[in-house]
Design a protein around this ligand. Structure first.
Ligand code: 13P
Ligand code: SF4
Length: 371
């Protein structure tokens, strides 16, 4: 699909040239080689000049782009310096030596980068790139939860605001949630843990551990839409397709999936196991990104887009770099408290094996206590 941006005039005023010159063609040829199976030549001629301009601006401004797996392929393969899941991006934010971080992802990811790297300038290309999970709970909610369950550790999914992280004992992502819950129970010497705000992630974790889980009713507006019936229908229509699902999906979806894990775990599954046919039950830009590398795999593509992730484009990344906008800041005392929770997670040793939410082999079918 060719989308000519309404910001074209604005960028022309900034002196930006849109021409797909022979020089640009040569400069961007390695990216084209990667994406040519998923981007049409007409789209490429519109996008390549922007990709070249962004990559030049990054060097000028001492900036890196941290791009989530849900970014569109021209961002993911064209301008992302580091690409991955929430855990990988958070670790890279802390490691990076660049002066500026452009977060090609949603607002909570930019806040996490700022929390871990207060000395860096962190930019998000569109301030409206939110998340239904992050919007589902406030710091005041967490304070009330702590009053209701004194002495229990609060494990918070990174898909939350800085003020929620500041009320938290330790953060987790979908890549390490089981490990973090078990570690929190061990450190606090308890057999119950508060895991907020994603109800479905909490239910999926509860089935993988002996620790009892107290959960909040937050939902991802993308993953909550999938049902077990959808998966069974796909399996019937596409025989042999291996179904990989994100743990933000309802437990009934994971029960009929072949594998579940973080976005990076799904990516790694496809690249290492090379299934003949696969379907990724998650935001659908990701399938394009993995397909660029997995040339021998056929992708079945049920498409649900995250409206927040989709706000990030090459055009607004270019403008973010050019104008240094939109800077993400976190109040110093909130950042200091949130940093403890995020850092505890980042400092955990890598899990012996990546978390899977394989409910076929789940040890438990226990329920969670919903607040
Ligand atoms: P990952 O940590 O698996 O990348 O998930 C982040 C997210 O927002 C999924 O919807
Ligand atoms: Fe949030 Fe869901 Fe979008 Fe991920 S896909 S950013 S959890 S709304």
């Amino acid at each position: 699909m060719l989308i000519l941006s309404i910001t074209e005039d604005l960028m022309a005023a900034d002196g930006f040239q849109f021409a797909f010159t022979p020089e640009i063609e040569v400069e961007t040829a390695p990216v084209w080689e990667k994406v040519r199976r998923i981007v049409t030549p007409m789209e490429w001629r519109a996008k390549a000049p922007l990709i070249a301009a962004i990559n030049r601006l990054k060097a000028e401004k001492d900036a890196v782009i941290l791009a989530h797996n849900y970014m569109t392929p021209e961002i993911f393969h064209g301008v992302g310096d580091y690409v991955g899941d929430s855990l990988g991006l958070a670790k890279e934010a802390a490691r990076s030596k660049a002066r500026v971080i452009v977060q090609a992802g949603v607002h909570f990811m930019a806040e996490t980068s700022k929390i871990l790297s207060p000395e860096k300038t962190v930019l998000i290309p569109d301030l409206r790139a939110g998340c239904s999970l992050a919007a589902s709970i406030t710091g005041a909610d967490v304070r009330l939860i702590k009053q209701r369950y004194p002495g229990l550790p609060v494990v918070t999914y990174v898909n939350t605001t800085a003020e929620v992280k500041a009320e938290t004992d330790i953060c987790c992502t979908s890549a390490n949630a089981v490990q973090v819950v078990e570690e929190a129970a061990r450190l606090w010497g308890v057999d119950r843990v508060i895991l907020i705000p994603d109800e479905f992630l909490a239910r999926n974790v509860a089935r993988q551990t002996d620790i009892k889980i107290i959960a909040w009713k937050g939902r991802c507006e993308v993953h909550e839409r999938f049902t077990a019936a959808d998966i069974l229908e796909i399996k019937q229509a596409y025989p042999g397709a291996e179904v990989l699902a994100h743990p933000e999906c309802p437990a009934e979806v994971l029960e009929v999936a072949d594998f579940a894990g973080s976005t990076q775990a799904m990516n790694d599954y496809v690249l290492t196991r090379k299934p003949k046919r696969v379907v990724l039950i998650t935001e659908c830009s990701m399938a394009d990104n993995v397909a660029a590398d997995a040339v021998d795999t056929e992708f079945v593509r049920p498409c649900v887009l995250c409206p927040h992730m989709q706000r990030i484009s090459l055009e607004n990344i270019y403008e973010a770099l050019l104008h240094g906008r939109h800077e993400v800041t976190v109040e110093a005392d909130v950042a200091a408290r949130a940093r403890l929770a995020v850092q505890r997670m980042v400092d955990l040793p890598p899990p012996a094996k990546p978390a899977r939410y394989d409910l076929v082999k789940a040890r438990h079918h226990v329920d969670v206590e919903l607040i």
